[in-house]
Design a protein around this ligand. Structure first.
Ligand SMILES: [Zn+2]
Length: 244
């Protein structure tokens, strides 16, 4: 337990994941607050919503229909943040063209999946019994395994996995990607567009910034808390982390 004095004094705290320090000012929460306040959300959701694009059997924006799934369901996001098919764009900035130094951009290809945790519209992971959460973990693992390249040291281990989700029951990529992140964007205030329990699984050809920040701490800890990144060859076929 942290010392009680930390409730009252300004101090800095160590973040072992990024090997950095963060300023904490707990006494600031005692100031008069006249800013924005959010009311508690106590919506009573139905078990099935005919207008929900994630409920079993419903039609999505793309026109595709969801199967009558009983546990989990994964599909390519109809509004993916990154796309598999698009033109390449990778201009080299030049000191002869100042505008190319101010606006530097490179295209990023990838694929984004949505995975539901349950066919029931009104549940969250916290509401589900452990037996119903296991298929979610199996599905995450299978999606990740399906995206490992043949040269990745994890591929051999993945071939021996015993999961409730078969290889062809999880998405299989058309291309090879280097980075995958599994996360849940939960709650309306966080920008979640649908209360049906689900997560996002983007796989990209380029690494995203957060894991790069985690790298110093990961190296110091031997990489044991991450997914084999440290043991892979210099040119990584695929790396990732699990952050749900
Ligand atoms: Zn739903």
């Amino acid at each position: 337990m942290p010392d009680k004095i930390l409730d009252d004094i300004s101090h800095r705290r160590y973040n072992p994941l990024t090997a950095s320090w963060l300023l904490v000012s707990p006494h600031r929460t005692k100031r008069p607050w006249q800013g924005q306040q959010e009311a508690a959300v106590e919506a009573k959701l139905p078990e099935y919503d005919p207008k929900c694009y994630l409920c079993p059997g419903n039609t999505r924006a793309s026109g595709d229909s969801n199967p009558s799934y009983e546990k989990t369901f994964a599909f390519v996001n109809d509004y993916s943040a990154v796309k598999e098919q698009q033109p390449d764009y990778e201009p080299e900035p030049s000191s002869n063209d100042l505008s190319s130094l101010l606006l530097q951009a490179k295209s990023v290809k990838g694929v984004c999946y949505v995975m539901t945790f349950s066919p029931k519209h009104h549940l969250t992971l916290a509401d589900m019994p452990a037996a119903d959460i296991l298929p979610c973990i199996d599905h995450w693992t299978r999606i990740y395994a399906n995206h490992l390249s043949a040269s990745n040291p994890l591929t051999e281990a993945a071939s021996r996995l015993s999961l409730s989700v078969a290889r062809d029951q999880a998405p299989i990529p058309r291309d090879e990607y280097r980075y995958m992140q599994i996360f849940e964007n939960k709650g309306a205030a966080m920008g979640c567009s649908n209360p049906h329990p689900h997560c996002q699984v983007p796989a990209r050809a380029r690494r995203a910034p957060p894991p790069r920040r985690l790298r110093p701490a990961g190296a110091r800890e031997g990489g044991a808390h991450r997914l084999a990144e440290r043991r892979l060859p210099r040119r990584l076929p695929l790396v990732g982390r699990l952050a749900v």
